[in-house]
Ligand binder design. Structure first.
Ligand code: FAD
Length: 524
């Protein structure tokens, strides 16, 4: 029986008399950061996620661990400094998932070289001892050598700076594992459907449903943390139906194209697009991720859909900077995510100007809600949430321990060229599965290096429950090449069925559900 055994975990929550110190609702960056902070302080912690870990926004980011060059331009020094500090900590605590990456800003006007070198010099200074490398100016000749594929017309030179890059949903899975190792109980496919209150209108627990069995639970806690991202208003309205929404979602879209459009190890950063935004072209798992957009949206969903205008904007902008213009037929996958931004007090439609810093709110009922922020600062958000939760819940005072807490998989001396590098310290155990069954050395898809053993590993050790969990978040095939992911679904379902003791009907349902979902990641 492993730590991640779901039956054992569900059993551990079935005692109706148990009072948790903290129940965290939501298993994205914010919730996992909060649960880890709480568990490592020794608090009895339960995290409930309605779908899979990082199913929401936390698997749909630009994959940057960054201070936010854009926020520096907006003069938000405090936010940038905090994020740069957290960037440095994450690189130390999860070195198997966070890479030091060079970003090149091409300069098409004579003054830009000096302007960005000075600006990014400040960025380096703000990082202090945790700087990832110094910003430098490079010549036109150098930029053409570093970034083959970049449009040379009118190019003067470039500025290179450093930031971090990561795999968002892999980090989420490793955080869930670290939570378990620290004594928390974390459950995916468990949805909070209601709040329990006492006679004084204080929240004392939640009602939750196990989405796999339909069994309903009443779970008691000293304090509840609402970490549901763009869904925070659903919980707030369970508390006070008349309240105005706190969150203003802003959609961001990315497209994924072949690396051949820019066969480089560096990323391209376009600091000012035609509508004043930033666009990144970032190498990620053998492909290029290009994005993003910033579109105010009035509704929220776990599967937001890219708008045609967003796709056109990304492709048209990339076309201006690359010698070979990517077109719709070159798009291997398109994905959309929703930023849970704190809504402004006055009714502005400009989401670029809505605060990106995180905000903590305590309801009169005692529920703590965390909104905004970003993946990079998930640890600090968790720390802040637990500080407040301890105060509200009357918990024994303990200081946060996450600053120097290694995340599951953390290992020094990684070989980034190894196809299984992102498993970190689990790598050899994943490979060892092929001794149990030599068939598991086979590939999941002929064009990709994923092994069947990785499916088994994800089921046994990473709480994967569906084909989508495996192909979207344990391995990233859906995000890298949606068509290939559809092709790999049948074999994935059959491997999972044997592990989970499921029948052929389950397999068929899984394959059909995945194929349907994956259609939204394809451009037709
Ligand atoms: C396009 C885009 C690009 C970004 N790029 C970056 C980047 O490069 N770097 C960076 O640092 N940040 C980035 N961010 C920001 C970052 O991704 C988010 O701030 C972060 O992922 C938000 O995490 P969250 O946990 O608050 O929300 P989510 O990840 O959405 O998690 C909330 C979870 O709550 C669950 N939930 C909801 N209701 C319930 C319920 N009733 N019961 C149980 N569970 C429930 C949901 O299923 C969901 O999984 C980006 C964001 C976007 C949109």
């Amino acid at each position: 029986m492993t730590l991640t055994d779901r039956t054992r975990l569900v059993e551990s929550i079935s005692n109706p008399e148990k009072v948790w110190d903290i129940i965290v609702v939501g298993g994205g960056a914010t919730g996992l950061g909060t649960a880890l902070d709480a568990a490592s302080r020794g608090y009895q912690t339960l995290l409930l996620e309605q779908a899979d870990f990082a199913k929401g926004t936390s698997s749909r980011s630009t994959k940057l661990v960054h201070g936010g060059v854009r926020y520096l331009a907006q003069g938000n020094i405090g936010l940038v400094r905090e994020a740069l500090y957290e960037r440095g900590l994450l690189l130390k605590n999860a070195p198997h998932l966070v890479k030091n990456l060079s970003f090149v800003i091409p300069n098409y006007r004579w003054w830009e070289g000096m302007f960005y070198t000075i600006g990014l010099g400040v960025y380096d200074l703000l990082a202090g001892k945790l700087s990832l490398g110094r910003t430098k100016h490079i010549s036109k000749k150098q930029i053409l050598a570093d970034l083959p594929g970049i449009n040379p017309k009118g190019l003067h030179g470039g500025v290179v700076y450093h930031d971090g890059q990561f795999d968002d949903s892999r980090l989420a899975v490793n955080l869930a594992q670290t939570c378990l190792e620290q004594g928390a109980t974390v459950l995916n496919y468990f949805r909070v459907t209601g709040l329990i209150k006492n006679d004084y209108h204080k929240i004392t627990g939640v009602k939750a449903i196990d989405n796999e069995t339909g069994v309903i639970y009443q779970l008691k806690a000293k304090v509840i943390v609402n970490a549901t991202g763009v869904f925070v208003d659903d919980l707030l309205q369970m508390d006070k139906p008349e309240d105005k929404p706190l969150v203003r979602p802003s959609q961001g879209v990315h497209v994924v194209i072949e690396r051949s459009f820019m066969p480089a190890d560096e990323a391209l950063m376009i600091p000012k697009t035609s509508d004043g935004r930033v666009l990144f072209v970032v190498p990620w798992h053998e492909k290029l991720v290009v994005g993003t957009t910033d579109t105010p949206i009035n509704s929220h969903s776990l599967e937001p859909v890219a708008l045609e205008a967003e796709i056109d904007f990304i492709l048209n902008t990339a076309a201006k900077y690359l010698t070979r213009a990517p077109t719709r037929k070159d798009v291997l996958s398109v994905f959309a995510g929703l930023r849970p931004l704190a809504a402004p007090k006055n009714d502005s439609s400009k989401t670029k100007e809505i605060s990106r810093s995180h905000k903590l709110m305590v309801s009169p009922s005692g529920m703590i809600t965390m909104i905004g922020g970003k993946w990079t600062t998930y640890r600090k958000m968790g720390e802040d949430a637990v500080d407040k939760a301890a105060e509200v819940g009357g918990l024994k005072s303990e200081v946060s321990k996450t600053k120097h807490l290694a995340i599951h998989g953390s290992i020094a001396g990684l070989d980034w060229d190894d196809r299984l590098y992102f498993y970190g310290s689990d790598r050899n155990a994943v490979l060892a599965l092929t001794k149990e069954n030599p068939d598991w050395t086979k590939k999941l898809h002929p064009n990709y290096n994923y092994l069947q053993a990785q499916v088994i590993w994800a089921v046994r050790n990473e709480m994967a429950r569906t084909v989508e969990d495996i192909l979207a978040r344990r391995m990233r095939l859906l995000f890298l090449d949606a068509r290939a992911a559809i092709d790999a679904a049948a074999v994935t379902a059959s491997l999972m069925a044997k592990e989970l003791n499921k029948d052929t009907t389950w397999q068929e349902e899984q394959v059909n559900a995945f194929a349907k979902l994956a259609q939204a990641y394809l451009l037709h």
